[in-house]
Ligand binder design. Structure first.
Ligand code: LAC
Ligand code: ZN
Length: 465
């Protein structure tokens, strides 16, 4: 697909040292955090927006796909170059251009590692809240392209709530600016929001203007163990309707807990069937009181024990255990389909009991954990690909789960995007007219379909589109 001629032209744009062509090197950029992979024909590391414009123009001229990529931590196959072509890695664009305490704004390039950005902002007494589990290695550009969420979204919202403006190389090669460097702005259509979560299909983000907030004065973390999942779900609902405004309200089921138990800073009873992890931000005296009342709610709902983190390292250890859940589930089965469905918060208990029933009936382990505070539950269907019965049961199980979610008036994806893994199911949520409009938008941006093709929209003829 990518001729020698194109390789030479790419080399002339980025330089030999920023171009990978051997199979061994290209393979490193074939996959993301799903189990999907596809070998690209070439990998480039552009050093500027101008170089990206040139590469994209070349793609239109020769008709090869371009797949933008940050750190490859995505969970729906968004950066897997499914049709081959060129993977465009944005990690060289990694400057923090500005952190303005006066304006509460940061201007950054897409390849900045989120954890580095958060630390730089916090060093100035400010806070950039979104905190997906991959914060230590994902890039801010990937966060914007996928509209990443994370645990503190309950209080602070998701990536989209912090992006004021973007600079983007369009799929046709022009560089545009969308949005503003101000807190408000309604000039023209809201293109910034359109790019948020567009999964690299509408352009390459080259600069991001972020809104910052003040760093919370204090944070309390507590953990509550429950003997059954329903009691935990009822505590979640009481806390959310109590007006106590949790910052994070995470849960994990028994099997999930087993995978990370030894990473927790304190022992838990063997009978624990669910764990809630709660964070509360605010002024020191205020967080004390709110955390205390939340602990009481948990106790009344049957939690035993309810433990408050006594120190920052202990709280850190708790959150670290939470962050490594996804890889830790490999202890149960080598592979998993990892969903990120969202249901209305009142429907969480019904979702949980439906999952337990589906798991029993279909004979597949289904483990759930995640952002109970906003109804965003990571439902993991685990299987061993070597066991035919398990392998063959996966697709129907996933589809049944998504159907339950839709019935509960939920959504297929809260933070990981559609990418490849959920594309066949798009029609379970969007009407044919809505999908047709979105396809027309894609076409208006990318008439030659060179920008991350094959994502979001179901392949025609899949039966579900
Ligand atoms: C998490 C990722 C899987 O919440 O979204 O851990
Ligand atoms: Zn998550």
């Amino acid at each position: 697909m990518v001729s020698d001629n194109v390789i030479h032209e790419l080399e002339a744009i980025v330089g030999q040292e920023n171009l990978l062509t051997t199979p061994e090197e290209r393979w490193c950029y074939a996959y993301d955090a799903t189990d999907l992979a596809q070998m690209p024909d070439a990998v480039v590391f552009p050093g500027s927006a101008a170089e990206i414009c040139q590469i994209v123009k070349l793609a239109n001229q020769y008709g090869f796909p371009v797949t933008p990529r940050g750190a490859g931590t995505g969970r729906s196959g968004g950066s897997v170059p499914i049709q081959g072509g060129v993977v465009l890695v944005l990690t060289r664009l990694n400057r923090i251009l500005e952190i303005s305490k006066e304006d509460l704004v940061a201007v950054v390039e897409p390849g900045v590692i989120l954890g580095r950005l958060k630390a730089a902002v916090e060093a100035q007494g400010l806070y950039y809240p979104p905190d997906p589990s991959s914060a230590d290695f994902c890039t801010i550009g990937g966060n914007v392209a996928e509209c990443a969420g994370g645990a503190v979204a309950v209080q602070y919202g998701v990536t989209r709530d912090y992006v004021l403006g973007l600079t983007v190389v369009l799929p046709t090669g022009e560089l545009i600016e969308a949005g503003t460097r101000t807190m408000k702005g309604v000039v023209g259509y809201d293109l910034t929001r359109l790019f948020l979560g567009s999964e690299g299909t509408l352009g390459v983000i080259t600069r991001i203007i972020l809104k910052l907030v003040s760093k919370p004065a204090a944070r309390q973390t507590l953990a509550a163990a429950f003997a059954d999942l329903t009691a935990a779900a009822s505590a979640v609902s009481q806390i959310l309707t109590s007006g106590l405004a949790p910052t994070a309200l995470e849960f994990m089921d028994r099997a999930t807990l087993e995978c990370v138990r030894e990473l927790l800073p304190f022992p838990l009873p063997a009978a624990a069937a669910a764990l809630l992890l709660i964070a509360v931000d605010g002024q020191p005296h205020d967080v004390e009181e709110r955390a205390g009342r939340m602990a009481q709610f948990c106790g009344h709902a049957g939690a035993d024990p309810v433990i408050r983190a006594r120190s920052l390292p202990e709280a850190e250890q708790l959150w670290q255990a939470r962050k490594v859940i996804s890889p830790a589930l490999k202890k149960v089965r080598p592979l998993k389909v990892s969903e990120d469905v969202v249901v209305p918060i009142g429907a969480i208990p019904r979702l949980i009991s439906a999952l337990q029933e589906i798991s029993r009936r279909r004979g597949l382990p289904i483990h759930s954990y995640g952002h109970a505070g906003d109804g965003n539950i990571h439902v993991n269907v685990l299987y061993d690909p070597k066991v035919a019965r398990e392998r063959e049961a996966v697709a129907a199980t996933v589809q049944e789960i998504l159907a339950v979610v839709r019935k509960l008036r939920g959504t297929l994806s809260g933070e990981h995007g559609i990418g490849l893994t959920k594309a066949p199911y798009l029609g379970m949520e969007l009407s044919p007219a809505a999908i047709a409009l979105q396809r027309r938008l894609k076409q208006a941006f990318d008439p030659n379909n060179i920008m991350n093709p094959g994502k979001i929209f179901p392949a025609t003829g899949s039966g579900l589109d």
